[in-house]
Design a protein. Structure first.
Length: 330
């Protein structure tokens, strides 16, 4: 029996994105190919990739193998990739996209995202712990507008069907929309029971931007961790709801955003967990469950992206905390 992965959300350009997919961040070479192959063979139809994950070649090999074996056709699989921070210069956008296409062995992407809000210089190290202020270009509405214009040209050239953003706040999205000819199809952001981003979700909805949740399980394998960070998979309320439905905590954490109308992309290379996550699409939470889960929101961000902060820049400044709080939804 397969999970219910036939659900789609229609984007603002008419294309459809599967609401459930496989994330590949931190999926190591040597592991990610087997995970993608297993996922496609068990019913996944959406694979979320990025140049900066440094595993797109292996993802491409697994995808091509499944196509060759008749498991899927290209048009049955939704593939996302992302533009990394040191390719934000307009002249670098198309070559970066073409490199991901080459690695993935594809003629086009379904979705190409601007991975972060702030740029890095070309020589910035791939080891983010080694990034210094000398490498940081910071966020500039003017520069991002130029990056986005180059992204729009990718659609015109047929290199990607849709373009979107990732890690954008309300404030930074508003800035982008001042000059954008193409409204982003998606905003992919951190979202789990402790960071539900309800105001951002509502804002995106008013603009026709689909809200996509990464790290819906709290990303327990993330590289930078604080001992005080909460773990949604250990949350008593999540465990109680899971027991009620004969489900696992992970399945509850996936059913929650799915029932809020989001796209969800949990990552795993463990084949059993891939199956477990897939069955999260079948869990039906009731209104009491949803209310209890909504009450867990702490506005606690686990992935703060501190490697992008300019010297002296605070968390509140980088994430536009006050500006977003003050923003009036229509």
């Amino acid at each position: 029996m397969e999970g219910n992965v036939s659900e789609f959300i229609t984007l603002n350009n008419g294309h459809k994105i599967p609401s459930f997919g496989l994330g590949t961040w931190l999926a190591k070479p040597g592991e990610v190919g087997a995970a993608v192959e297993h996922a496609l063979k068990t019913g996944y139809r959406h694979i979320d990739c990025a140049y900066f994950y440094f595993n797109e070649k292996e993802v491409g090999d697994a995808l091509q193998l499944c196509i060759k074996e008749g498991v899927v056709t290209r048009d049955q699989v939704y593939i996302t990739s992302k533009l990394w921070c040191n390719d934000f210069a307009p002249e670098d956008v198309e070559p970066a996209c073409r490199l991901s296409l080459q690695n993935l062995q594809l003629d086009y992407l379904d979705l190409y995202l601007v991975h972060q809000v702030a740029g890095l210089k070309k020589d910035a190290p791939s080891d983010l712990s080694a990034v210094t202020d000398e490498h940081r270009l910071g966020y500039s509405p003017e520069n991002m507008a130029k990056t986005w214009e180059a992204m729009e040209k990718l659609v015109e050239k047929g290199l990607t069907r849709s373009i979107g953003i990732s890690n954008f706040t309300i404030t930074k999205t508003e800035n982008l929309l001042k000059t954008a000819k193409i409204v982003p199809a998606v905003n992919q952001v951190e979202c789990h029971p402790y960071l539900q981003q309800e105001k951002l979700r509502k804002y995106c909805s008013t603009k026709g931007i689909v809200f996509e949740a990464y790290s819906p399980l709290g990303n327990p394998a993330r590289p930078v961790q604080n001992p005080d960070d909460p773990n949604p998979l250990l949350e008593p309320v999540v465990k109680e709801i899971a027991a009620k439905h004969a489900a696992t905590p992970a399945q509850v954490c996936l059913a929650f955003p799915l029932q809020r109308g989001m796209v969800v992309i949990p990552k795993s290379v463990n084949l059993d967990r891939l199956n477990e996550n897939l069955f999260g699409t079948l869990v039906e939470l009731d209104s009491e469950d949803m209310a209890r889960l909504k009450a867990l929101d702490k506005n606690h961000r686990l992935l703060k992206m501190m490697f992008l902060y300019k010297t002296g820049q605070t968390y509140e400044q980088f994430w536009d905390i006050k500006e977003d709080e003050d923003f009036q939804l229509p």
